[in-house]
Design a protein around this ligand. Sequence first.
Ligand SMILES: [Zn+2]
Length: 486
Amino acid sequence: MSNQNTSFNHRSFYVNFGEHLQNAWNVNLLYPGAPNQWSDADWNNFLTMIKAFGFTCFEYWLAPTLYDHGALKHEQLYAGFASIMRKVTDMAHKHGLMTKYICAPNVIGPRWFHACPNDREQKKLILDLWRHWIQELPGTDIVSIFPGDVGGCNRNGCTHETFINLCLELTGIIKQVNPSACSEINTWGTPFAGWGSDLRSVPDWDGSFEMITDPIYAVPGSDNYEFNGKPDRAKAAMEYLIAQLPAFPGDTMVAINLGFSPLGDADRGGDARSYAREIAKLRRITSWDYYLCEAELITHPHWRLPRMSARRREERSAAPYYGGTCYTMTPKLNLLTFYAGGQLFLNPDADPDLVSHEFCSKVFGSEHAIIGELFEAFEVVDGMGHFPRRRWSKEVLRHKYSEIIERLEAADVSGCSLPLFPDPEIYRQDLLWFARKFHEMSGANPDRKKIEQEYWEKSVKIYDIIPMSVDQRARTAAKQFSMILS
Ligand SMILES: [Zn+2]
């Protein structure tokens, strides 16, 4: 069994810049002409930071907007994205970082159409687009084949076996077009979210995201249109995967978390540990806990360090994990989380409180090391992966926010010894903005209408310009932010 020095050689930093997760702290690569695009210098500073924090790989989603017919015609949006990503990949390699993209191979276009691999025409589109992107992004080191959320199919007899078979075919294309790249089969979900019986059964489903998520088809007792697989399905899927794995190239990786759910908590598809151990005998395994570091949609400074370190230790004892992933939709905001994410991969036994002190000491000066533990007061927002260590009273929180404000106002970041992106001063100002809003919301009768508007302006104003995603949760994020501590 592995120990702390041989685990987690692969430490991936995953930025999800999908259609529904655009915000001021994310990068916009999907909407030319809209804000939040990064310059070459921005990319360079970003890569320098994640390398310094301990990561080995920059990972991104080849979002469905890019995975569409226009790509095959080399239209500007797609060619422009490919050009930027080739440049970013070259930069990453110069920093000693790998690049990985993840793609749900059957989700087409900004409306998130779910193509069916058992439909001849739609299968051809899947394979053509897959080949196109492998060709367009030739320096990519790892291509992760993502089952669903969004993605999957249960039309025309599709099941988890269809997805696994598709993975084998797609891996063949990767090896043919870019032999130096390896593939990662992601088991995300219960496992294989959205395939076969995991997906809600909708009569005459047309493959649209709107129809599969329409509440009129909701089944009592199921809170989601997907993630409905039970442990018996997980067993069948894992047995099929394990039987097929020897046919995959030797460098293939399998992403599997400890519990067949977005939180790795064994609350849906069951306990994954025995399967992780079996798979690890055949191919390298990586972990994938999407909501470990951060939730989706309400952007704010997170503080989930104890859970992050605990999860790394659980993985270390459960199976010989080769690596794992830290997800963010706020690459310019949650810098403490990223630092801790990298450091806790390198040393899962590190004390998370000391890691937070260390980060804040390096950024704000040793006299302000304590800001790291004060940040825990930001972790009060309901959302996926929110498992707070404490249940604060509002009175104590208010005091903590005052102290954060006081310290951030006093801190001089000119001596910052970590390479940060954005600039340490911008980071300090953004944190101050959040501390002041949280302080306001912990007080008597905050003007929540005003806060909602301020958050929209600060975080998701881009949606005044770009189309609202087919997943419309960004629309309600400002409202939800304004209700914190209500
Ligand atoms: Zn199908």
